[in-house]
Design a protein around this ligand. Sequence first.
Ligand code: ADP
Length: 485
Amino acid sequence: MKILFITSELYPLIKTGGLADVAGSLPQALRDLDNDVRVLLPAYGKIKERLPDAVPVTEMHLLGQPVRVLSTTAPGSEIPLWLLDAPKWFDRPGNPYLQSDGTPWHDNDERFGALCWAGVLLARNQVGLNWQADIVHCNDWQSGLVPALLSPIDERPATVFTIHNLAYQGIFPKSSLSKLELPASLWTPEGLEFHDQLSFIKGGLAYADRINTVSPTYAQEIQTARFGCGLEGLLRHRSDRLSGILNGIDTDKWDPTNDQLIPQNYDAKSLEKKNANKKALQERFGLPAQDKQILMAFIGRLVPQKGVDLILKALPALLKHPFQMVFLGSGSSDYEHSLLYWSRRHPDQIAVHIGYDEALSHLVEAGADMFLMPSKFEPCGLNQMFSQRYGTVPIVHRTGGLADTVEDAIPSQLKAATGISFDLADPGALLEAIKRAWLLYDQPSVWRKLQRSGMAKDFSWHRSAKEYCQLYRQALSDLSPQSSR
Ligand code: ADP
């Protein structure tokens, strides 16, 4: 299949969240399955500096502006990368969506409206590049208008829209409709209108042939008021076209047998070697290097979504018991201060590193015994997968991707178990889950089994890419005979 993958982020060029990781891995995994994939990304200023070999291949006018398309390959892959070079919109430093004071760029409607128009023209072979897409794969609100713009066209590619974060919707004033040269026919409550405003994400949710999100459980959850961000009605209406596909992880980068960022490599048969990493982690965080002490870990953004408040509320009761815990993260200053407070009060048990440190996150995954991930909601989540790959048993709230990737160690199902899950997002349930994990830890053969079952799981992009190919085929067959190419 010929697939145009449209994204506003791509690891390692530009990243604010999980979309960048997906865009950095999935296209290559699709190519490995013999698909012809092209990626379209805005040529943010920083990116052009990093890809000096990008050459102009075509020009067009978008919203009255002359723009160019530059062609190169995505770093570390063979994937053709098209960069939308529009200095007026994209030659800006820093975050792709926000100014330095944290507020959105004033012209985000034009910037990503232009990206959508470029996607439509490129997918339909209308700018002289001699390539026509079978599938246009759009991601999050920044490319949400593409399915809407393609929908009335008779001969068109099939469209797939992936939700990586439903909370960000691309909402703009009604006046943006004409500014972006959008057909007035799209302005309906069933279309792009959302409470008298223009919603980019609705372009994807209402018009794409297939919609998916990054885990099957989250695909169900977003059809409820609790998780649906006001779009649950539309998502329920389209439930026959909505599914979930788990993200993969980079299994080369996250490989305990070959990880250069940890002091001691190991595999499922040499788990005793993991202890050297535990010792290094304890030393790095200034904790007593005690081999027998249970060492738990948390890595992540310190924001309400990640359930940091649950851990903070459970700490006083936990601290009556011997254990150690390390935190690596940054985010809300309230959470940062609370964690630092506990680490000062209990320096032999709690240690905190505030900041973003990718190398250190490998040592944490390799050195800890257990990994805490009590997220309130979690579209997919990566750390619980890294943890299982490193024999570090995850303790998770049973929601979204956490529910789909961690098999709970209930007594009747220990054979397939890989971690501990709990149902209620409250400190008592978390505490109980941790105590359950501690009891299992005291049974070395059961614990080894849990570790090994987690390490044996397939979290590769290859598995996800096969599911995406299936989704693309469904999207193609959804096209009615008149409109199919
Ligand atoms: P989200 O995308 O909601 O932040 P995920 O679990 O999907 O959560 O992915 C977060 C990614 O960022 C993971 O790779 C995680 O290890 C990494 N990460 C988050 N905070 C830190 C940190 N402080 N230091 C290193 N890596 C971090």
